[in-house]
Write a protein that binds this ligand. Sequence first.
Ligand code: FNR
Length: 192
Amino acid sequence: MSIPKILAFAGSSRRDSFNKKLVKIAAEGARLAGAEVTYLDFKDLPMPLFDEDLEAEQGIPENVKTFKALMKAHQGLLIACPEYNSSITPLLKNAIDWASRPESGEPGLICFRDKVAVIMSTSPGALGGLRGLVHIRAILGNIGVLVLPNQKGIAKAHEAFDENGQLKDEQQQQEIHQLGNKLATVVAKLSS
Ligand code: FNR
């Protein structure tokens, strides 16, 4: 069986982002299940706000090309995204919109078709960002990503993590590890 390749990122570029911590825990779960995981921080890959005029005049920005190459090189996506006003963050939507744009000769939506994703969220609020996941699931599903039913929202993010970025609650920690494990297992099965 080939080693599943998973790209993990958060829909927040905030330095101390709770969602970055969360996705790193899931990434560890995927690694423990035998996957090769690449962690991406969008702080390191700033992209302009998508604008069709900019695209027509200047083409696809270099950082978008880098992101697209990463997407194409991995079969699975682990995504933790905060909920902004009960929906997806503009950072994540912007990255998805850019990555959906084909370069010349490329099939449409090549970054998304046949990918498998697991999504999760955390927020200081009581719902843990779950409402935003509804929108992320719909967007990714509509562009060809198989989003697994397993998901998790961790409430009270400001109290949930210890100083090492791990979840203080052992059961929550296991559940997030399990999300990574699930993605790694499904990707491995689909590629065998
Ligand atoms: C938020 N936040 C928020 N939280 C939530 O549970 N539901 C919401 O609808 C919103 N809306 C919202 C809008 C905007 C514009 C901001 C900036 C924030 C709070 C949000 O969950 C909190 O800032 C998290 O810490 C953001 O995630 P990271 O950056 O820590 O990963």
